[in-house]
Design a protein around this ligand. Structure first.
Ligand code: SF4
Ligand code: SF4
Length: 314
């Protein structure tokens, strides 16, 4: 069982369109690849919009803990507010005398759960033992059935982070099912950028496909994500989306890849069919198999799948 992770230096490069097309092409058997799908872009999970999954299981994701102050124990000394590096603790009432209203100033302090980072420094510093950490429901993860195979995906609640941990969880579940069910591969739609969730998505992968776009920023973003996967010794291929909108940029990407030993698996032309397919909630290769983008994606999938499954020499 092999793991393919699809990454991009930033959002909006067409990574999910590529992942959805691969899911369709793998299921369509060209080449035959039994794949489990994982949407690891948990901050903006949208693979499910294209794969129309039917949820089978829903699980809570406890992403961390936040500090809670017991108002009965708190003496209002303010030590916790001083040690908190995230400015998450403040007095229960602002100590601002109102000329018009009588304000009862409570000595207790309280924690803003959105600002709290869960470091627990305040817990250890409180002389009254008035603070404890409470686990937080940060989101949910799902096991679903999609028309192209099992899909694991997740959703974080608003203002929640810890997405690296959730990415790892989603990937682990996909991997376990793939191993149990004798699948050939796990196809992971990874998060954009180079942060913690990307490292979680790339770790343990057998191959990364970097989706780049030919803009000045796009080239720079691709260099950063290639450096990230190289650091974790994950072999990488690249593909260039909307390659014809700026041919000089596409040529620059190819030159960079060649100089750094990265194979460019193909160029995807700008094609309005991709948007039409997205609006219809279908992978472009299923919606318009003869569209230029679909043809390019089919060729890229052949190269990626071949490399992934070691059916040709590396
Ligand atoms: S350190 Fe403890 S007692 Fe002091 S303000 Fe904070 S919670 Fe209250
Ligand atoms: S746990 Fe850390 S971040 Fe949260 S309130 Fe306490 S000191 Fe601040």
């Amino acid at each position: 069982m092999k793991q393919l992770v699809i990454l991009s230096g930033k959002g909006g490069t067409g990574k999910t369109s590529v992942a959805a097309a691969f899911a369709h092409l793998a299921a369509a058997g060209d080449p035959p690849v039994r794949a489990v799908l994982a949407d690891a872009d948990v901050d903006a999970a949208n693979l499910e919009l294209v794969l129309a999954p039917r949820p089978l299981e829903t699980h809570e994701f406890i992403g961390g803990a936040v500090a809670v102050i017991d108002p009965d124990k708190c003496q209002g000394c303010g030590i916790c507010a001083q040690v908190c590096r995230f400015d998450a603790i403040s007095p229960c009432h602002p100590v601002t005398p109102s000329p018009r209203y009588r304000v009862t100033v409570s000595p207790c302090h309280h924690v803003d759960p959105i600002a709290c980072d869960g470091c627990a420094a305040c817990v250890y510093q409180c002389p009254e033992d008035a603070i404890h950490m409470t686990p937080q429901l940060a989101g949910h993860w799902y096991r679903s059935d999609s028309r192209y195979g099992p899909l694991f995906h997740a959703a974080l609640r608003p203002a929640q982070d810890n997405s690296g941990k959730l990415v790892t969880l989603v990937k682990q579940q996909a991997r376990l099912l793939a191993l149990d069910g004798g699948y050939d591969a796990v196809i992971v739609d990874g998060p954009p950028g180079i942060g913690c969730p990307v490292i979680s998505a790339a770790s343990g992968a057998d191959l990364a496909l970097i989706v780049a776009e030919p803009t000045a920023a796009g080239i720079h973003d691709m260099e950063r994500v290639l450096a990230t996967v190289a650091h974790f010794r994950v072999p990488a291929l690249a593909c260039i989306n909307k390659a014809d909108i700026y041919p000089a940029g596409a040529a620059q990407i190819e030159a960079y890849c060649e100089a750094n030993g990265v194979v460019v698996a193909g160029r995807i032309p700008f094609d309005p069919t991709v948007t039409e397919a997205m609006v219809r909630g279908e992978p472009v290769t299923a919606f318009g198999p003869h569209a230029p983008a679909s043809q390019a994606l089919s060729e890229i999938w052949q190269r990626v799948a071949t490399r992934l499954l070691d059916r040709l020499e590396r």
